[in-house]
Design a binder for this molecule. Structure first.
Ligand code: NAP
Length: 307
């Protein structure tokens, strides 16, 4: 039975990864932050919870002792400054890698983001790219894979839920450029990709893999509206959120963050990400490498969540 060290197991994606890893028979050592606002971890027979933090090297050493692989899913997705993102998404990767090499862990799987493809857009995107670059520096010391998911949704997700609830009510706010295209991924498909990459008989490809839900060339907002109409049995109402208005909210958030400990999601950088016209990903490399196939197209994901 393989033992996997998992970070981010208290978050949206990590909780699903934890379930998939234990369901397919792995023992998991999972990191949790005792002081955080997340619910305290539940006791699960095959899970050993390790109290710690990506900023604390000792806890990371404990986490990765006697494991066969590391799945690094923890990350900062909210923040106001590059420094805040780098502290978690770059320095956290480096600290975990140092512990991994010290303890002789053979494999490292980094959950990065499609945003890393466009590091000039935002502090988040840049930090995810720099996190990947950090892993590449350890190429001669550890086997690795990188996953770059697009927007991920599913049960327990707080970021996309408000938007999906509106779509359920046949209201489609066009968030971003009208002709923009974007890929989506249901969280269970991401978890299955992780399981495929960790198969014991597989050798790490030392490759960066993009993923999507099986809908080639992504979605446009018009396609999302057509899906909403089909699911709800009535036409969907689309409306555009003006970039100027969203940018003002982003700037207000930055001002509030500079005066408090608030960690905003919507910042001027996030607005640039939202209005980037091409967030289409490509499944071909991961399918070639692992035979992974996504199962949940967006309409099926909506049905699972709301119908
Ligand atoms: N959601 C998406 O659409 C999406 C798309 C592409 C890539 N990703 C990537 O997927 C990963 C997980 O995202 P998510 O949506 O699941 O985010 P999330 O719900 O905010 O979860 C983040 C996780 O990271 C942990 N974490 C944050 N800072 C930490 C620190 N200093 N030390 C230890 N743990 C820390 C959090 O712990 P607490 O519970 O204690 O806060 C939580 O478990 C991130 O790396 C993100 O960049 C997400």
């Amino acid at each position: 039975m393989a033992t996997i060290a998992l970070t981010g197991a208290t978050g949206f994606i990590g909780r699903v990864l934890l379930k998939y890893l234990t369901d397919q028979g792995s023992r998991v050592k999972a990191l949790y932050r005792p002081g955080s606002s997340s619910l305290p971890p539940k006791a699960i027979a095959s899970v050993e919870w390790v109290a710690g933090n990506l900023e604390d090297a000792d806890s990371l050493r404990t986490l990765v002792t006697n494991v066969d692989a590391i799945v690094h899913c923890a990350g900062a997705v909210r923040g106001a400054t590059l420094e805040q993102f780098k502290k978690i998404n770059v320095e956290g990767v480096e600290r975990l890698l140092q512990a991994a090499v010290e303890q002789g862990v053979p494999r490292f799987l980094l959950i990065s983001s499609l945003a890393a493809r466009e590091p000039s857009l935002s502090a988040y995107a840049l930090s995810k790219k720099l996190g990947e670059d950090t892993l590449l520096e350890y190429d001669d010391k550890i086997s690795w894979d990188i996953l770059r998911p697009p927007a991920v949704y599913g049960p327990g997700d707080r970021e996309m839920e408000p938007l999906l609830k509106l779509i359920r009510r046949s209201i489609v706010p066009v968030v971003g450029s009208k002709d923009g295209r974007f890929s989506l991924l249901y969280v269970d498909d991401l978890a299955e990709a992780v399981i495929c990459l960790l198969r014991p008989d597989r050798i790490s490809a030392r490759q960066c893999f993009e993923l999507h839900d099986g809908h080639p060339n992504g979605y446009t907002w018009a396609q999302i509206a057509a899906i909403a109409a089909q699911l709800n049995g009535k036409p969907a109402h689309c409306f555009s959120l003006p970039r100027g208005l969203i940018s003002i909210v982003g700037r207000i958030n930055i001002a509030i963050a500079s005066l408090s400990s608030y960690q905003p999601m919507l910042t001027p950088g996030k607005v640039r990400e939202i209005f980037h016209p091409d967030w289409v990903s490509d499944n071909s490399a991961i399918t070639r490498a692992t035979n992974w196939q996504p199962k949940v197209l967006f309409p099926d994901g909506m049905r699972r969540l709301f119908y």
